[in-house]
Ligand binder design. Sequence first.
Ligand code: SAM
Length: 394
Amino acid sequence: MFDRRTLFQAAAGIGGALTAFAGGRKAEAKLPKGSDLEPRGTDRRLERLPSLDVESREDFLTQLRIWSGRDVRRVANRRANKILKNKGLSPRDPMSYVEAAKLLEDDHIIGLSGRAWISVQQIMWKNLQDEFHSNGDAYLEELEAADTAGPGSVDLNPDMDIPMYAKHEIHMQPGGYVGDPLGGYVYHYGTNNFWQGRNYQDEMDQQLAETIPIPKDGKVKRILHLGCSVGQLTCRIKEKYPDAEVWGLDVGGPMVRYAHMRAADLDIDVHFAQRLAEDTKFPDGHFDLVTSFLLFHEVTSEAAEQIIQEGYRLLRPGGVFFARDHRDKPTTTTTAMAGYAQYWNWRWNHEVWMMDHLSNDYPKLMAGAGFDVDTETPGNYSGFGGNVMGVKPA
Ligand SMILES: C[S@@+](CC[C@H](N)C(=O)[O-])C[C@H]1O[C@@H](n2cnc3c(N)ncnc32)[C@H](O)[C@@H]1O
């Protein structure tokens, strides 16, 4: 098999220009020659989708998601305010998720807004899964060839006893995180769509990596990212702390397998492992920083508590556990529409553990595990209200 990426870039005369662009891949990726499937070349960090057909459909669906998430949503918000006003309520009156759902769920305009979003989500998954599975053997070969390539490594555990709670098809992704061997490809391009085109170059992850707090003494020799999925943030953390040993860990074999392949292709030296965040197999006091992003809303409350205890065990004195997710404390919502959106995400987008997450008090759980909870340092980022930081007492 020849390397069509090189051929493409040489023919177009743009290889040098693209790789020189900020954040571009380095020249010497170490994947075995010929194993890297890139029929349409790369746009800096992003391998282009394999056909114009699938790419144009994804572009269309991304625009449709933007339209449904912004314009249609705006109309739905106005409608919600009108419904509230007719009931003598203000949009800012605190309201529980259940009350908000009862009030808003049967309205046809609000329903249309949700339907449009969910249809994009469904068609998006199908578009991507059909594409990668139609050439499934080649993608499996690509993954297999990368398993032993460097830099970095992947530790897969095909016999792992996966807890039931992690087997759900969260966000309706077919096979979820654990059940589709090509799930990493599907998730990566699916989330590109989900983030509305703002993360093609992992730029959102780069910003996230910039804002993760570190121990006060500034020492970060070893970093662990729990629930790393396809490793974009893990790679950005390594780029931010190039001298640290960085690990990304996920219950999904297809996730970490793809994550490693991509990191090796980008020449980023990160280690990935298929393990549970609540049972990481690392020694006590091994890490300076343990972090997670959007993990806790996808696990049971019981697992959340265990993960926090495991984080405490893994950290050295003075080490930091920083978790970022939808919420940190149990909340009634400030607006009925925001509350309804969380309920709706649970009900229609298969966010199976979202309501459990919203009832958890993370600062309290962290304090219970022994952490000093820092409520000052963690800043907010882009709408994620659930930043929580625990420091292991020295
Ligand atoms: C929404 S994704 C997180 C995104 C990711 N942090 C990133 O930076 O792109 C949630 C991930 O958590 C993983 N996960 C869920 N439960 C887990 C557990 N108990 N242990 C490890 N990973 C878990 C899922 O497989 C999934 O990949």
